[in-house]
Design a protein around this ligand. Structure first.
Ligand code: HEM
Length: 450
């Protein structure tokens, strides 16, 4: 059974800080007051009875009161009640026919949030015409074959050699099997492969996520949809944060400070610039594996996990001693942990917004403010899964990853035209910037016990 709206939006903090979910009416990212009014912003037309839940798209209000729990994109729709969701709606590639079947219940005057918005809408059309939102199946077959070849290499190194260093070389290659599978899972769970057939995409995602990478693909998707729709957003009143930007071990932005209230948090945050690298490297993988299955109830993910641990145990059984088993997994997990930096560096030192600021800001502009690209040569795109072009991926989450590099020059042009900073740094620069940022944030942190 899929998690409920409340579970998904409150899980990140409630489970890690140990707090109870907010008791102040928060259920779907809107307060009791907002929900009761049907709409949040004064300039919007209220619903007839004042109690319906309306979402605004392209200047029309749609009543989603009975649709929230059925929405195929999950509970995030509830976070846009009473708001103009035009840009996030289109960015997610909703088929325009979806709204043709729904009768609007009112209209509102669309407010220009930023002059660049029109240009980004135009860019999307240009990219559509260029075919950047279409799937190259041959490309995916090749990617899958690479994963399979790497996987066979691991087996070969572990089963055909008795030298410990060949086994550990196998562990190193295993990290790449996990990493590359993770990227393919990412594409599937964004419906970037079959696109109009979500069931097939989810099955592919579960195979590469749970069976190969070892994490629950649906758990990841639940969090990732919020991460994309509401990147770096903090809702202090409801104790909610973009779930993929929240860790109990550090506070990377002052907007998160009110959520940290214990002496233990204080200690963690004061030393966060020192613990950052070892925690991400050595603990990262264990954390996502356990976190992803802790509350997982979907049987597909458990079947995938059973497959994953069956092949992992068979593989590990070829190693001669428990010591080698331990070191083998540690090497694989730590090398894979290094890959986690990429995603963290793309957001940690960037802008964060409180939820009300977020709903007032331009969705496109904030995607750029809250993202950083990593500069690399084209031949390293495979290593970063194309997500070194994080700005482009966040602006257009359904764009096929092989085209992200091609989309970048036009995105840069729009940013330059509107004087928006397009942040792109090398991996090392981004790491140094993030460490300095963590140190500064830690210095400013003071404990505010509640
Ligand atoms: C009037 C409001 C909305 C309606 C009627 C609606 C309807 C739908 C439908 C029918 C789908 C499945 C088909 C498809 O992907 O084209 C879908 C998917 C989705 N929706 Fe919505 N939606 C609405 C608003 C939103 C909003 C505000 C968000 C905010 C982020 C959102 C996020 C998503 C996501 C992430 C998916 C999954 C896309 C994918 O990866 O395939 N939707 N929605």
């Amino acid at each position: 059974m899929p998690p409920t709206t409340t579970e998904v939006r409150q899980r990140s903090i409630a489970t890690e800080i140990g707090d109870q979910p907010a008791a102040n009416g928060h259920a779907n990212g809107f307060t009791k007051e907002r929900a009761a009014n049907g709409v949040a912003n004064g300039h919007l037309v209220p619903s007839e009875d004042g109690k319906r839940k309306l979402v605004g798209v392209d200047g029309f209000w749609y009543d989603v009161t009975d649709f929230i729990d059925k929405h195929p994109g999950g509970p995030i729709i509830g976070s846009f009640i009473g708001e103009d969701a035009t840009h996030v709606f289109h960015a997610y590639g909703h088929d325009p026919k979806i709204l043709k079947h729904r009768k609007p219940v009112g209209t509102y005057a669309m407010r220009e949030r930023h002059p660049a918005d029109k240009d980004f809408d135009e860019l999307k059309k240009i990219f559509e015409e260029r075919g950047y939102f279409e799937t190259d199946f041959v490309w995916y077959v090749k990617k899958s074959l690479v994963v399979f070849a790497l996987w066979m290499t691991v087996w070969f190194l572990v089963t055909q050699f008795s030298a410990w260093y060949m086994h550990y070389l196998g562990a190193f290659v295993l990290a790449f099997v996990w990493q590359q599978s993770g990227f393919i899972m990412h594409d599937f769970m964004h419906s970037q492969v079959f696109r109009t057939n979500r069931k097939k995409d989810e099955a592919g995602g579960t195979f590469f996520g749970a069976a190969m990478f070892g994490i629950s693909a649906h758990w990841w998707q639940d969090e990732h949809i919020f991460h994309h729709g509401m990147t770096n957003v903090v809702d202090v009143a409801n104790r909610w944060v973009d779930p993929q930007m929240w860790e109990v071990s550090w506070a990377q932005n002052e907007k998160l400070f009110p959520l940290f209230t214990t002496t233990m948090h204080y200690i963690f945050i004061k030393i966060q610039h020192i613990t950052f690298i070892p925690v991400v490297t050595f603990i990262g993988r264990y954390e996502i594996v356990t976190d992803s299955f802790r509350r997982e109830k979907r049987w597909q993910e458990w079947v995938g996990a059973a497959f994953h641990w069956t092949w992992m145990c068979c593989l590990l059984s070829y190693l001669p001693t428990w010591r080698e088993v331990g070191i083998f997994y540690l090497i694989a997990a730590s090398v894979e942990g290094i890959f986690h930096f990429q995603l963290i560096l793309s957001h940690y030192c960037k802008a964060f917004l409180n939820i009300d600021e977020f709903h007032r800001d331009s969705w496109y502009k904030f995607q750029i403010d809250s993202n950083m690209n990593l500069n690399t040569y084209w031949f390293m795109d495979w290593y970063y899964g194309g997500l070194n072009f994080h700005i482009e991926h966040h602006l257009f989450p359904k764009m096929a990853r092989k085209y992200l590099r091609h989309a970048s020059p036009l995105v840069k042009e729009v940013c330059a035209k509107h004087d928006i900073e397009y942040d792109s740094q090398s991996f090392v620069e981004a790491l140094v910037t993030t460490l300095a940022h963590l140190k500064k944030a830690g210095t400013h942190f003071t404990l505010d016990p509640r």
